[in-house]
Design a binder for this molecule. Structure first.
Ligand SMILES: C[S@@+](CC[C@H](N)C(=O)[O-])C[C@H]1O[C@@H](n2cnc3c(N)ncnc32)[C@H](O)[C@@H]1O
Length: 275
């Protein structure tokens, strides 16, 4: 397919659509990114150019087309135990605190969970906590805007390469079964705590329930200031008083909410819902 050429007007119109649909702010001069991410979709749909796609999205958008455009434009990068800090803090501080408070089971939400690695890493951390004498149980909900990512997360099957990224050989052996050539599946003992559903962080949080701990990592960075504020406020509304919010290593809640206070732990930062 010939390189997609993008004029200023349709670029701005597309950027408006994307921010409205999922919060992602493209910024200026990302034409190359839009062109490379959307080219396969336009070709598959027989849509000649970005202008025609924008017109379709504005005039007669189907949920399917909207979803596929969002999927093409989001970054799904993730790995097991990524950054290690949140999982260490969970094991060393948060699970013991919840056990002392006799919370049973703890409710943990991984918002924007991509293909599930964060959710299963949380469940594996509960097992590792219990190995060291802990007695905790948890329900871990994983959500993402992308239906394709949620399907992948539910399947819990990964190629050997993906199953290894960020995972020690010991954890791979303990928490996975090899179920085919080049295919590893997360064990039922880890999966039993988990559930998944699609959810757009910009839409209603009704029906999610309330959480002791929320992981919302490496997604707020893509959003504009207003969407971040709005999302952090909504997360506060589903976090129990005294519950915790963990964001990505390069993200911060500074200026985004007065509903959480900053807690420094083990050389890093997490946020506690004010009472
Ligand atoms: C970089 S991944 C982060 C995965 C995981 N939290 C981690 O840190 O390893 C970002 C995810 O955010 C999801 N996402 C983007 N916009 C979203 C929205 N408005 N609501 C929910 N999820 C969204 C994307 O589909 C993608 O899977």
């Amino acid at each position: 397919m010939a390189a997609l050429s993008i004029g200023d007007d349709e670029y701005q119109a597309f950027a408006r659509f994307l921010e409205h649909a999922c919060g992602i702010v493209l910024g200026d001069s990302k034409q190359y990114l839009v062109a490379s991410r959307l080219a396969p979709l336009l070709e598959a749909e027989g849509i000649p150019d970005l202008k025609s796609l924008v017109e379709r999205l504005e005039r007669r958008p189907t949920a399917d087309l909207k979803g596929r455009v969002i999927e093409a434009m989001t970054t799904n990068e993730t790995q097991w135990f990524s950054d290690s800090f949140p999982f260490d803090v969970l094991r060393r501080h948060l699970l013991p605190e919840l056990e002392r408070q006799r919370v049973w089971p703890a409710r943990i939400w991984s918002a924007a969970c991509s293909s599930g690695q964060e959710v299963y890493s949380i469940s594996m951390t509960v097992d590792e906590y219990n190995d060291r004498g802990g007695r905790m149980e948890a329900e871990v909900l994983g959500t993402d805007i992308s239906a394709a990512m949620i399907e992948q997360a539910k399947r819990a099957r990964y190629t050997a390469n993906v199953a290894r990224r960020g995972l020690s050989a010991e954890r791979q052996k303990r928490f996975f079964d090899e179920v085919g050539e080049n295919t590893w599946e997360v064990k039922q003992s880890v999966r039993r705590r988990t559930s998944f559903r699609t959810h757009n962080l910009l839409e209603s949080y009704a029906g999610l329930g309330r959480f002791d701990i929320v992981f919302c990592r490496n997604v707020l960075i893509y959003f504009g200031y207003d969407s971040r504020r709005d999302i952090v406020d909504r997360i506060a509304s589903v976090t129990k008083p005294g519950g915790y919010l963990i964001v990505g290593a390069s993200e911060s809640l500074a200026r985004h909410s007065d509903k959480f206070e900053l807690v420094r732990l083990d050389g890093g930062v997490i946020y506690r819902r004010r009472d």
